[in-house]
Design a protein around this ligand. Structure first.
Ligand code: PMP
Length: 458
């Protein structure tokens, strides 16, 4: 292993702040605050250059699902690099891992979803299905059927189309987004927006906004609806049970393609291989990334329903779209090794039957805390909503500040969590033990106790 002494780590941090523009960062703040150089990982733990160990309750960025330090993946990557480090899939060519991976994904996705288009990132995958949906309808003689309906507070990536599909106001404000042809409806976020409605009533009301929007625009102009099965970046927002069946009904009724963005929920996180299986949906596009390779290599894609892929393959002619690294053999080899681990260790079943229910019970126990409005979970995703007043569901006036305070104290105590405004999010690796779940929950509770005591002494 590469040993790194303290001094070079400081140098590295300095080099980084001088030269590296970080994603989603206020660079001025980052330069002032400094960066932490992460140097190694094993299991659910990562270490920084100062030798401090953290329990990574966020699996990197929702992705290191099989945990760090998996030799099987490293060996698969090295073997593929030795054999053939790169070849494209443009010239009527493919590679062994690329072809095998496509077949494996199709097998896991199940009937009716037998084709995959590979990309490097979730953002590119969203751009991909959007173009594909429009080509689909144009090929079928409906070139005007091209508007996509998405949701406020959704996250679908950072490319121009990805950020437009997403419903993040702060992203739209930078660079004239959304682009034309993309419109947004409300999110099924009952705790914050549900008012006096019950969660089930609210879920139905929010789903029916889709129908209202389709009728307003005209079904002959609407190509697709896109959503994350459970909103991730927006705050791990688990929709009321009434929501998804109604969305599916509406998409079918008006012949609107359904795109599920499973960048976070795909490959087991909810205790099913895919979120669409968890919710009993029949999507036309399923966006995959992160958990496909557990982050060991950048690889993503879109699983395409046969009814769309058949039009594309039989009638559309050339689809003028693709990336140099679409189906990259080394990334595909990493993904194959990752899927093998998930299956051999039965990690998805483990979430469904064992660690998921345990996590739900322990995470749910945080709901009794004075600062916690709700503590929700599904599979191995958990969110805590911080509030000032539980009875009235009143939030802090500066939600981002309170979220960052809680997040930072957790990290200082050695547990990495993420804040989405005033929601604290966790998305641990699938191999997490019961003791480690307990540690996440007790650390967060201790931090909330501390912050509550500080606030009441002000
Ligand atoms: N969709 C969803 C639901 C995501 O969570 C993300 C990333 N967090 C993306 C798309 C974008 O993926 P990428 O960062 O790989 O472009």
């Amino acid at each position: 292993m590469l040993e790194v002494s303290r001094e070079p780590i400081r140098d590295l941090a300095a080099l980084d702040t001088a030269h590296h523009l970080h994603p989603f960062a206020d660079m001025k703040e980052l330069v002032e605050g400094g960066v932490r150089v992460m140097t190694r990982g094993e299991g659910v733990y990562v270490w920084d250059g100062e030798g401090k160990r953290y329990l990574d309750a966020f699996a990197g960025l929702w992705c290191v699902n099989v945990g760090y330090g998996r030799r099987e993946i490293t060996e698969a990557v090295v073997a593929q690099m030795d054999a053939l480090p790169y070849y494209n899939s443009f010239f009527a060519t493919t590679t062994a891992p690329t072809a095998r991976l496509a077949a494996e994904i199709a097998r896991l996705a199940g009937p009716g979803l037998s084709r995959v288009f590979f990309t490097n990132s979730g953002s590119e995958a969203n751009d991909t299905w959007l173009r594909m949906a429009r080509v689909h309808w144009a090929t079928l003689g409906q070139p005007d059927k091209k508007i996509v309906i998405a949701r406020h507070n959704a996250y679908h990536g950072s490319t121009v189309a990805g950020a437009s599909l997403g419903g993040m106001k702060h992203m739209h404000e930078q660079g004239d987004l959304p682009i034309p042809g993309i419109v947004h409806i409300g999110q099924p976020h009952w705790y914050v927006e549900g008012g006096d409605l019950s969660p089930e009533e609210f879920g139905l009301a929010r789903a029916r906004e889709l129908e209202e929007k389709i009728l307003e625009l005209g079904p002959e102009r609407v190509a697709a609806f896109v959503a994350e099965p459970v909103q991730g970046t927006g705050g791990i927002i688990v929709p009321p049970a009434s929501y998804w069946p109604e969305i599916q009904r509406i998409c079918r009724k008006y012949d609107i393609l359904l795109a599920v963005d499973e960048v976070i929920t795909g490959f087991g996180r909810l205790g099913s291989w895919f979120g669409f299986q968890h919710y009993g949906l029949t999507p036309d596009f399923c966006v995959i990334a992160k958990g496909l390779s557990s982050g060991y290599q950048p690889i993503a894609g879109v699983i395409v329903a046969d009814r769309v892929a058949d039009v594309l393959t039989n009638q559309a002619g050339q689809f003028h779209h693709g990336f140099t690294y679409s189906g990259h053999p080394v990334a595909a080899a990493a993904a194959l090794a990752n899927l093998r681990i998930l299956e051999e260790e039965r990690l998805v079943e483990r979430i469904r039957d064992d660690i998921g229910p345990y996590f739900a019970e322990r995470w749910g126990s945080l709901a009794d805390h004075v600062m916690v409005g709700e503590a929700v979970s599904t599979g191995l995703l958990g969110a805590v909503q911080i509030v000032i007043d539980k009875a009235t569901r009143t939030r802090f006036s500066r939600p981002h500040d309170i979220g960052m305070i809680v997040r930072n104290f957790c990290i200082m105590r050695g547990v990495i969590v993420r804040a989405s405004a005033d929601r604290i999010l966790v998305s641990p690796p699938f191999i997490i033990t019961r003791e480690e779940v307990d540690q996440i929950v007790s650390t967060l509770r201790a931090v909330l106790d501390y912050v509550a005591a500080e606030l009441s002494s002000d």
